[in-house]
Design a protein around this ligand. Sequence first.
Ligand code: HEC
Length: 168
Amino acid sequence: MKTLKALFVGVLAFATSSFAVDGFEVYKKYCSSCHLSEITMEKMKEIESMVKAGKKPPIKAPPFPEVSARIKYFYPKKEDFVKFVVDYITNPSAEKAKCLPMALKKFGVMPPIGKNMTEEEKLAVASWLYDNYNKKWEEFPMGKMKMMDMKMHHCDKNCGCKHKQREE
Ligand code: HEC
């Protein structure tokens, strides 16, 4: 069983690394207009306190280091992560979103960028998003606030996420 699993992981690693399309190139082409690929923790904290204070953030979407950590928090395994991202960028919705309700409210739901991308481009960028970052969600300012976690958060009227109905 162990060997089978190792073999599978090996094949997956090979399959995802041997794409003709480069994940970072795909990022630059389709994602960089909204998502930053790098950000310092200081800048993160600055933006998050602006958002908490009700100010408009200076960016259009959550930065990728944070997105990667957040999605890994829910899908630690690469295959699940990639599957989620490929689907999300093609058919995004507030229901599916794993980002914090506060981010959804501030930024709105992502447009279905993946509809104009090939399957290979989507797989390449999702795989790159997984591999390129190694920070854990708990290392981010928002990740430290356990109350903010989706499982126990309180949504307000404009949040649009499914927890609202559950808590009302
Ligand atoms: C027009 C702006 C825009 C572009 C371009 C864009 N995104 Fe997004 N993305 C957003 C916004 C806004 C959010 C936060 C709201 C949400 O989660 O839907 C987001 C969130 C995400 C999330 C987190 C989803 C979740 O669970 O909440 C992922 C993953 C993501 N984007 C991947 C990508 C990838 C990969 C690309 C390029 C192929 C891309 N985005 C291009 C605006 C954009």
